[in-house]
Design a binder for this molecule. Structure first.
Ligand code: ZN
Length: 594
């Protein structure tokens, strides 16, 4: 397995130089000194560059990712602009592609429903973006409305279930691509600038780009926001049709720009096939397996997993970057002359380091266009919520106090969704995946809270029974991993047993108050589960096999409910109090790792 180069300033991994006959091209790679003496000729450049990233999630200024042992300022649209400018300065035609989930996530972008990203990309000259699941997160126009009123459609424009996204599409200088997104029944969406594919002509090249949106979208955004849309029926046929049509138009190379990924361990290099003898699995693998050889793309730019991958599927190079514009990929295709087909040449893994003000004119222009958005939200983002004596860890193998606090906040606001009945217990459960970052000790700002919970989910309830609760908890426990317990719970205590295989099994769920008023074992008594609406709409398969006899959603965002409780408690550190895991004594205390 390749070890990722440990270099703090620029992590540039040249992963391959493949498929190009030696000497068959006049590529100017490495010819810098020559290029300075003679002005580069522009009439027939032999190589093109594709710069790509995915899962920007509204990142404007730099993020602070951990690279090696340090946290380094990197990513965001301003840092990316510097990198785009550098690539263009090299003289080859440069195509800039985004594989989706660009709009939501940062406080700047979420408060303005993605508008700052559209502004930045116009200046940056992004050529096309795939539609990602999270790009549907905003619902109708207006930050105070996460979902549309029932019965509203796209004809209701700003009030419709995609009002905010359609505004962004109308304002964008680039097309949003998705070949597999249609209306129920197969009709095109008819949205402004939603296309299945596009041909980008530049410097004598015709790059074909086909978009794809994950079939998981209805389960990974708010379900009401994708009402009436179909991401699944005929998806691979639609992709194949576009690729064949683009090829017939003479487009080459053809890129599949997909907001979807492989599953399991991701490939790390183009020759990684040996490490994955069983072949790749996951949505992109399935999709490519369904395409005829003549309908395979020349490159897949993937996303959605927020993780680097570099590899091949059915021989087609595939790449995805981490997130927030921290990483970006630079892929080059070269040809011997203007008549021959460009062939995959190199793929570089890069990091957009941000060591201060923008280095290039383009970086400064992007910084200028996003500045008003940043000023607008800075006041809001800098507001202090609490001063924490200790750091709060978001995820842990047995749950965390931080997740439980979010569950308590959700429980406290269950009554915002529906009038709570007397004498019926309310148990709140929140998904660990909804909490994205830990809190440092010290002042906790609104922006910190936002970074931890960038989602627009609201408090909802499902009316079920004790059996329903047990099944829902069981659904979640199956998702436990070694590092992450999958939920936080309030209003009940869950006792689990670690089985000999290492898996967790629920042994008891004790609802608060049971000790005073034990449940009648002959009756399946009612229970209300309070939860993020994400779970109510089918997220994480939490409610699989459970019937909610009634459901209700509030407009109270989980983030706001949580803010209130953190401000009250001024703390969120420690282990979970409501989750206990037993390791039975008749088994070795440290089960053998599988
Ligand atoms: Zn995604």
């Amino acid at each position: 397995m390749r070890h990722v180069a440990s270099l703090a300033l620029v992590v540039a991994e040249l992963t391959a130089l493949a498929g190009l006959a030696a000497g068959a091209t006049g590529c100017r790679r490495g010819g810098r000194g020559v290029a300075r003496q003679h002005k580069p000729k522009v009439e027939a450049p032999e190589c093109l560059t594709v710069l790509s990233w995915n899962d920007l999630h509204g990142q404007i200024g730099p993020d602070e990712p951990q690279l090696d042992l340090n946290h380094v300022a990197a990513g965001g649209v301003i840092a990316l602009a510097d990198e785009v400018a550098d690539a263009r300065a090299a003289g080859e035609p440069v195509f800039v592609l985004d594989a989706g989930d660009l709009l939501g996530g940062s406080i700047e972008s979420a408060m303005n429903e993605g508008a700052p990203v559209i502004d930045a990309y116009r200046v940056l000259g992004v050529d096309a973006a795939a539609l990602g699941n999270a790009d549907f997160d905003f619902g109708p126009v207006g930050n105070e409305r996460p979902i549309a009123l029932p019965g509203k459609t796209d004809l209701d424009r700003d009030d419709g279930p995609r009002g905010a996204l359609l505004q962004r599409l109308r304002a964008a200088s680039f097309p949003f691509l998705s070949a597999n997104l249609v209306r129920d029944g197969g009709q095109p969406t008819g949205w402004p600038d939603h296309k299945a594919s596009v041909v980008l002509a530049r410097g004598g090249f015709k790059l074909g780009v086909v978009g794809y949106t994950t079939k998981e979208t209805p389960r990974t955004t708010l379900k009401p926001n994708v009402v009436g849309l179909d991401f699944e029926t005929g998806a691979s046929a639609a992709v194949a049709r576009e690729i064949v049509a683009l090829r017939a138009q003479g487009a080459a190379p053809i890129v599949l720009l997909a907001h979807a990924s492989l599953d399991g361990e991701l490939p790390r290099s183009l020759d990684d096939a040996a490490d994955h003898g069983a072949g790749h699995v996951g949505e992109i693998a399935t999709l490519l397996a369904q395409l005829d050889a003549n309908a395979l793309p020349d490159l897949v730019i993937a996303g959605h997993r927020h993780a680097w991958m570099v590899g091949r599927v059915r021989g087609v190079p595939i790449v995805s970057t981490d997130q927030h514009g921290v990483g970006f990929a630079k892929t080059r295709f070269c040809r011997a002359d203007a008549k021959s087909k460009p062939v995959f040449a190199t793929l570089e893994r890069r990091t957009a380091i941000s060591n201060g003000p923008p280095r290039t004119a383009l970086g400064r222009e992007v910084a200028k266009v996003v500045a008003p958005w940043q000023v607008q939200v800075k006041l809001e983002g800098d507001k202090s919520i609490a001063t924490l004596a200790r750091a709060c860890v978001a995820q842990g193998p047995l749950g965390t106090a931080m997740l439980e606090q979010l569950a308590r906040a959700t429980r406290a606001h269950a009554g915002d969704a529906a009038k709570l009945p007397e004498r019926v217990p309310v148990v709140a459960i929140v998904n660990a995946g909804g909490v994205r970052a830990s809190f440092h000790a010290g002042v906790l700002s609104n922006a910190d809270l936002f970074a931890s919970m960038p989602f627009e989910n609201a408090v909802s309830v499902c009316v079920t029974t004790r059996t329903g609760l047990a099944r829902a908890v069981g659904n979640f426990v199956q998702r436990a991993t070694r590092d992450r317990f999958p939920f936080g719970i309030a209003g009940a205590k869950v006792r689990l047993v670690r089985s000999p295989t290492g898996a967790l099994v629920v042994s008891q769920i004790a609802i608060d108050g049971d000790e005073k008023r034990p449940p009648d074992p002959a009756k399946d008594e009612p229970v209300w589960i309070a939860m993020p609406d994400f779970l109510l709409w089918g997220g994480d398969h939490f409610l699989d096999g459970i019937t909610c006899t009634s459901t209700a959603s509030s407009t109270t965002r989980l983030r706001d409910a949580w803010r209130e409780l953190i401000a009250q408690e001024q703390a969120c550190a420690g282990p979970a109090a409501n989750v206990v895991v037993e390791i039975p004594l008749d088994r070795p205390p440290n089960p053998v790792e599988e």
